[in-house]
Design a binder for this molecule. Structure first.
Ligand code: UD1
Ligand code: CA
Length: 452
């Protein structure tokens, strides 16, 4: 059955002490509410009604999704009032899944389970048992059947003994929800319109109410402060690391890998400690990542090795390439198969041809280096004249001597050679040698200066 999702995200998040709305704080590199929207989209929800109250402009600028319908809740009068803001957009012919914007570790599979349970009853609740349920709404059952949710502040001592709690996530038909929401009142300890009051209404109508459970408690844990944010970040990282290992990736220490985005890894990849992966990263088979590397929006092909302390951002590393230690590939860097970038080499918008090498202390910017070329230590492509960026082309099997400056725009031909220490300002033909430096003078028996 078609369903839409209501995400409750209007809370102020005061305890975050932040100018950023709480639900925009990233977890695993993605704003927490974006994770909820992504879940809804992967479940094929027809629409996501996002109930917000603060930082609307910031939210609209950051959260993306195909079916987002922004619902402003001007005053936060309770969770029931929050859902009421979405009512004008909810059709009678669909089901509605209510989610919270600040419990970002919820998994799609768990939400699917909630939907599956809803298909067998009138009202499905996601519940968990907590050793310490303090503060949470309690699930009240009679003879095993759910009859109500009572908020902690409204609960009797006996009800406070109940360990099964409301996660805030539930699903019911649009018609039922709309009818129940009309009858809410704020006659309770907090003077709010409680969404949770619909459960007793459903029970009174003789509706069938069932509960589903998540795989792990962390899935339904909310974030109110930065300590909880950090704790759930670690939980998410542990989950992601575990999934990678189950997919055949070796991790030197699963607690010292951070994935802030998405990684797709081939077989027998190994990742050393203190690696941070951001955005979308694709690693081929047998890739080895050394310690302390940062990988951002990049691809690393089969059998490539990234040595310690390298930074790869927006670059493509080809098969059997090696980078680093201390290599830096910036956006637009492309390394063709078997090429090598060594220590303190920086590449930006530059292509290194097959088997080409830049092993030490080099800057290649706005450059094209042909197959098999050798770029000597200390070579710089001078791509910027203070106003414009220009291109350097280096031919196949060219040999650039150490400490050369190639002043762009300039071309070095195939098999051409540049003598060490040259400043090359005009293009060099194929097979030619360019030497552009002061000729050496040797002065015989030169008297050293002496102290006066
Ligand atoms: C709510 C539930 C409680 C449950 C707990 C789980 C109610 C009355 N209580 O309690 O049973 O155990 O969540 O965490 O539903 N929100 C709005 N607008 C509002 C109020 C809240 O959008 O006017 C949003 C918040 O941003 C948050 C969610 O609803 O994402 C839950 O609100 P919160 O204040 O945390 O509810 P609790 O009192 O903790
Ligand atoms: Ca809460």
């Amino acid at each position: 059955m078609a369903f839409s999702v209501v995400v409750l995200a209007a809370g102020k998040g005061t305890r975050m002490k932040s100018s950023l709305p709480k639900v925009l704080h990233p977890i695993g590199g993605i704003p927490m509410v974006q994770r909820i929207v992504n879940n809804a989209e992967s479940l094929d929800a027809t629409a996501v009604h996002l109930v917000y109250g603060h930082g609307g402009d910031q939210l609209k600028a950051s959260v993306t999704g195909k079916q987002i319908n922004w619902c402003l809740q001007e005053e936060q009068l309770g969770t029931g009032h929050a859902v009421q803001q979405a009512v004008p957009h909810i059709s009678d012919k669909e089901d509605v899944m209510v989610l919270v914007g600040d419990a970002p570790l919820i998994q799609t599979a768990t939400l699917q389970r909630l939907a599956d349970v809803k298909a067998t009853c009138d009202l499905a609740l996601l519940t968990v048992e907590l050793a310490d349920p303090t503060g949470m709404g309690r699930i009240v059952r009679e003879n095993g059947n759910i009859t109500a949710i009572v908020e902690h502040k409204d609960a009797t001592d006996a009800q406070r003994e109940i360990k099964e709690i409301n996660t805030g996530m539930m699903m019911m038909s649009g018609v039922d929800l709309k009818r129940w929401l009309k009858n809410l009142d704020s006659n309770n300890a907090q003077g709010e319109l409680y969404l949770t009051d619909v459960i007793a209404m459903a029970a009174a109508e003789g509706k069938v109410i069932k509960a589903a459970q998540p795989d792990a408690v962390e899935e339904v844990e909310g974030i109110n402060n930065r300590a909880q944010l950090a704790a759930l970040e670690r939980a998410l990282q542990a989950r992601q690391a575990h999934a990678l290992m189950m997919d055949g990736v070796t991790l030197a220490d699963p607690a010292r890998l951070d994935i802030r985005g998405e990684v797709i890894a081939g077989q027998d990849v190994s990742i050393d400690i203190n690696v941070v992966i951001t955005g979308k990263v694709v690693l081929g088979n047998n890739v080895r990542i050394g310690p302390n590397c940062l990988l951002t929006n990049c691809t690393v092909a089969d059998n490539a090795v990234i040595e310690a302390n390298s930074i790869i951002d927006g670059a493509d590393v080809g098969e059997c390439c090696t980078v680093g230690p201390f290599g830096r590939l910036r956006p637009g860097a492309v390394m063709k198969a078997q090429s090598k970038v060594g220590n303190f080499v920086e590449m930006k918008k530059a292509t290194l041809g097959e088997g080409a090498k830049a092993n030490h202390l080099t800057y290649l910017g706005d450059a094209e280096v042909g197959d098999g070329a050798n770029i000597g230590a200390g070579t710089i492509t001078c791509n910027y004249d203070g106003v414009n960026k220009s291109k350097t082309r280096i031919g196949k099997n060219a040999f650039i001597g150490s400490n050369s400056s190639l002043v762009a725009p300039v071309e070095i031909g195939d098999n051409a050679t540049v003598g060490a220490g040259s400043t090359v300002t005009t293009s060099v033909d194929d097979n030619a040698l360019a030497v552009a430096r002061a000729r050496q003078r040797n002065i015989q028996d030169w008297p050293r200066p002496t102290k006066k």
